[in-house]
Design a binder for this molecule. Structure first.
Ligand SMILES: [Zn+2]
Length: 211
């Protein structure tokens, strides 16, 4: 073997080892839902793939999401079927909350964790760095925000009623949404302009829905 051969052999070995090293530092990416809506049904087409990436029982993830979204649903083949119209951003937000709560290690950010029961507390144990933390199912903050509209949100809404002044009215997440210039039965994109308690005013827009 010449010195060059040695060098190349060394280089090859270094290359072989490279992917492993990179994988260890790669940031875990929470899978995005592949969502389609048909009427009042929402399908998450890659639900089982998401569960496999998160390495959690599909049923556990589904039950969590159904509870958070307040909708019934089932697993059918590799997809989840929600019996309600749910937007893609809302679904992805729930998957993120689930992953943050039940999967991702808060010390090292890796998903290589398992859940263990210690007395009555659920503990998230990290196989990558050895950290432990109790699972805190967050009530409020982030997950409540999902059910709150904000000014500037663009929603897709079906006008189910007409108010005294002739404005179209729809309902979404406990809000009464007033959309001037719309007729009963119409489904429109509307941008929230003003919110007062559980009543929101919105204007028809061509912008894509943000929620
Ligand atoms: Zn860790």
């Amino acid at each position: 073997m010449t010195a060059d051969d040695d060098y190349f052999a060394l280089l090859d070995r270094a290359k072989e080892q490279l992917p492993e090293v990179m994988e260890n530092h790669e940031r875990f990416v929470i899978p995005e839902a592949d969502v389609i809506q048909e009427g009042k049904t929402t399908y998450i087409r890659n639900f089982i793939d998401i569960a496999e990436t998160l390495r959690r029982e599909p049923q556990n993830i589904l039950q969590f999401m159904l509870r958070e979204l307040g909708t019934p649903g089932i697993i059918e083949g590799r997809r989840a079927v929600l019996k309600a119209k749910v937007g893609t951003p809302q679904i992805n937000d729930k998957i993120r909350v689930y992953a943050d709560t039940f999967v991702i290690c808060s010390e090292c950010g890796r998903p290589d964790t398992k859940l263990v029961k210690d007395d009555r507390t659920l503990i998230l144990e990290c196989e990558a760095c050895g950290a432990h933390r109790p699972v805190n199912v967050r009530k409020g903050s982030r997950s409540d925000n999902v059910n709150q509209l904000r000014e500037g949100d663009v929603i897709e809404i079906t006008i189910s009623d007409v108010g005294k002044k002739g404005d179209g009215i729809g309902k979404m997440m406990d809000y009464l949404i007033i959309v001037p210039g719309t007729v009963k039965g119409a489904t429109v994109h509307a941008k929230i302009t003003k919110i007062s308690a559980k009543t929101a005013f919105a204007a028809v827009t061509t912008e894509p829905a943000t929620r």
